[in-house]
Structure formats: structure tokens, C-alpha cells
Design a protein around this ligand. Structure first.
Ligand code: PBG
Length: 314
């Protein structure tokens, strides 16, 4: 076995390769700030102001990164998340800014309500219950508003049943047949989202997300979730989180032909950064190894906070 492990031969027989085209950069845009603020639980990661966001995209593009997923932090929240769909709300403005300067940047928008609702849940709430069907028209409206602003791909992350179908129908009805849907198809209720909730101020005021996000004890159920999204018209499917869910990525890869994304989430990033800070492990090497492992499991695309540092290595 060692014959092919010489330095100059290894690349010849390499099975999985990570490329810049595989990476999607998460971008947090906060409409309440004037200059970037570091996220305490995500060292080296920032929320950007609307003024800075296009420049930040430009900086990433100089490193060869081309795809971005935008998350908004609004100045105001209410019961139904109405600051998620106005044409002058934070994500819509950010998308216009970015597209004006960088037409060929791939602009993906996260479509969810949790950053915009006062209770922090991903849907409309009544009597402490998160309502499914009542939420669908609202997220469809959010998706259309992102398309109007110039998004290339919308990415519903709220785990409401029927969300892909509702969004596809609304987009087609408004003349956005061409806008693709990347669905967070198999998204688990996970403690790995902790730092994100601080970053996006999307923590919930009561309960948890287990009535809509998946139970991490389940593997077959992920296939059913993805199957439904494919039937409903998803163009790209996703498994989230990534690192503790490589088995699920593998299963989904085997069963479906669609492009598959994996979300290397905030907690996965923060663990690496914490170990790096403590001087316990080599953070850059770890990040690269983790992303290659996610590809090896079968993902085509990876949403990752490590995109900048790994782009520099590539
Ligand atoms: C919003 C959303 C979340 C993440 C992406 N979109 C948080 C959640 O579901 O609570 C998590 C991303 C991360 O942890 O990096 N629905």
C-alpha cells in the first residue's frame, strides 16, 4: 500500500478534492451597525453593516470565493417576522448592494423567520405552537422579495412541511421561474447552532425547535425529508449540520442525483477555533481535513465559516 504514498504520487491517486467552487461563504448583515462587529463565540467572524457588505464580498472574491449565503439581522422584530419581506429590509438591501457591484457573485439568501420574529421561532406561533401552514405564505413572500432584490438562489431553512412547494409556486407566479431553490432538507435540531444564534440574534424565547427540526436519533427519516423536497421542486438539497452527520450525507448522496450541499455549522467552526486558541490543535489543518471529509462523504457544496482560511490554503 505504501508504493503510492510518496509525496509526488499521492496527488495522482487522490480520490476527493476540495476546490474553491465547492465553498459557500455565510455573510451576516446587521442593519443596526455602521461598522463590522466580531461575533464573540465565532472568533474571526463578523457581522457587517449594509455599507460594508459589498466590499466584504469583493474581498472574498479576490480569494477566489464566488458564492455567498446572506443572513439578516433586522432593526425590528414582530410576531410574524414582517421585517423579513419588505423591499427595503436588510437582506433585500444587501442583495442589491452586492449585485450592483458584483454581478457575477452567486447570491443565495437564507429564507427563514427566526431572525425576524419577536419570539425567535421559524414560524407563526399560536398558544406556544409553531404553526405550519400559516407560515408558508409568509416564507413564500420572503423568497419572492429576495428574488426581486436579485438573489440567484433562495434557501429555505425553517423546516416547515411544504415550504419548497409553496416557494416554487410563489416564485413561478411572480415570474421568477429561473430562481433556484436550495432547501435545507434534512436539518436537525442541534446544539451545534449555538454560536449562530448569538451571531444572528435568532435564539428563541420559549421551547425549542424540536417540533420542526429533525430528531438527531434518526437517519432514515432524512431520506423521507429529502424525497419530499425533491418532489416539491428543490434544485439543491442540503444536510445540516455536517460533521456529526456524515452518515446522513452519505445516505443522501447514494439515493439522490441532485447537487448536495452540507452546512458546516457555527458550532463546528467554534470548536475548531477554541482548540486553536488553546494551542491544542492546528486550526487550519483541522478545518481543511474537516472540509475534505465532508466532500469525501459525498457533499458537492459546503457552506462554511472556514471558507476564507481554506481559500487561502487552496
Ligand atoms: C435559521 C438558521 C439557523 C442556522 C442557519 N439558518 C439556526 C437555527 O436553525 O436555529 C444555523 C447555522 C449555523 O449554526 O451555522 N433557521
Amino acid at each position: 500500500m505504501r508504493r503510492l504514498r510518496k509525496d509526488h504520487l499521492r496527488p495522482l491517486v487522490r480520490e476527493s478534492v476540495l476546490s474553491l467552487n465547492d465553498l459557500i461563504v455565510p455573510v451576516f448583515v446587521d442593519e443596526r451597525i455602521d461598522s463590522k462587529v466580531e461575533i464573540p463565540s465565532m472568533p474571526g467572524y463578523y457581522r457587517f453593516s449594509l455599507k460594508e457588505v459589498a466590499d466584504e464580498v469583493g474581498r472574498a472574491m479576490e480569494l477566489g470565493l464566488r458564492a455567498f449565503i446572506f443572513f439578516g439581522i433586522p432593526g425590528r422584530k414582530d410576531e410574524v417576522g414582517s421585517s423579513a419581506f419588505g423591499s427595503n429590509d436588510v437582506v433585500q438591501k444587501a442583495v442589491r448592494e452586492v449585485k450592483r457591484e458584483y454581478e457575477d457573485a452567486v447570491v443565495i439568501t437564507d429564507v427563514c423567520l427566526c431572525e425576524y420574529t419577536s419570539h425567535g421561532h421559524c414560524g407563526v406561533v399560536r398558544d406556544k405552537r409553531i404553526l405550519n401552514d400559516e407560515t408558508l405564505p409568509i416564507i413564500a413572500r420572503v423568497a419572492v422579495s429576495h428574488a426581486e432584490a436579485g438573489a440567484d438562489i433562495v434557501a429555505p431553512s425553517g423546516m416547515m412541511d411544504g415550504m419548497v412547494k409553496a416557494i416554487r409556486k410563489a416564485l413561478d407566479g411572480e415570474g421568477f421561474e429561473d430562481i433556484a431553490i436550495m432547501s435545507y432538507s434534512a436539518k436537525y435540531a442541534s446544539s451545534f447552532y449555538g454560536p449562530f444564534r448569538e451571531a444572528a440574534e435568532s435564539g428563541y424565547s420559549f421551547g425549542d425547535r424540536r417540533s420542526y427540526q429533525m430528531d438527531f436519533h434518526n437517519r432514515r427519516e432524512a431520506i423521507r425529508e429529502v424525497e419530499l423536497d425533491v418532489e416539491e421542486g428543490a434544485d439543491i438539497i442540503m444536510v445540516k449540520p455536517a460533521l456529526a452527520y456524515l452518515d446522513v450525507i452519505r445516505d443522501v448522496r447514494k439515493r439522490f442525483e441532485l447537487p448536495l450541499a452540507a452546512y458546516n455549522v457555527s458550532g463546528e467552526y467554534s470548536m475548531v477555533k477554541a482548540a486553536e486558541r488553546l494551542g491544542w490543535m492546528d486550526g487550519k489543518a483541522l478545518a481543511y481535513e474537516i472540509l475534505v471529509a465532508i466532500k469525501r462523504a459525498g457533499a458537492d457544496l459546503i457552506i462554511t465559516y472556514h471558507a476564507y482560511e481554506v481559500a487561502k490554503m487552496l
